[in-house]
Design a protein around this ligand. Sequence first.
Ligand code: PEP
Length: 253
Amino acid sequence: MPRKKFVAGNWKMNTTLAEAKALGSAIAQGVGSSSKVDVAVCPPFPWLVSVSEVLKGSSVALGAQDVHNEAKGAFTGEVSTGMLKEAGCKYVIVGHSERRHILGESDLTVHLKLHAAVEAGMHVILCVGETLVERERNLAERVFQRQVYSALAGITDEQWPLIVIAYEPVWAIGTGRTATPEQAQLAHLFIRSKLQSMHGEKIANALPILYGGSVTPETAGGLFSQPDVDGGLVGGASLKADQFLAIVKAAGA
Ligand code: PEP
């Protein structure tokens, strides 16, 4: 069965409450109640409940940008899977490069967060990708192979349908420098072939692999036409409804 395309918007630490509601409404209206493409938006934590309200009646799902692996307790500033689910989240992003590289998240932290999320029944967007230095040193494949293996070790048969991978080369995030469709395809094919050798063809073929890194309405079509690119995780361009909707359209909506 062909994989359904998926486009998710990562709003990062942007928007006021009013802007978040307006952006969510415009996206919900543009996508409508059914779509050939799966769509999600990931607003900042404080706006999740309000954005969930404006998405009602549309097929746009709500996601969070991070989660803590513990269910509750003395973890000042953190947010649990239970809280995210109660706020209306279906998805959670785990291992975004800004958390790995700016906030120092390790592979182990990413593994624990991902497992907590799937154990709670949430869908996870696992971000992996190499830095520019790693690419220049020919280490790119080794890096994202390690990130994929360590995060997904121990995933059960029932949990695989909850996993989405986003290949996001760090040098392409927020820089305006997008990977070429060929570079993206090569990386996605590599990840899929490693998944296949570890977990079998069925799991590897069913798992969506998104591309992220300066996706725009202009670059989306070329990227999404690649056989192993199943959509995009979009940062900057997800903050403008018309741009985000154009990217959703490029995915086949
Ligand atoms: C991201 O934050 O995941 C991302 C891909 O950002 P941008 O589209 O701005 O590069």
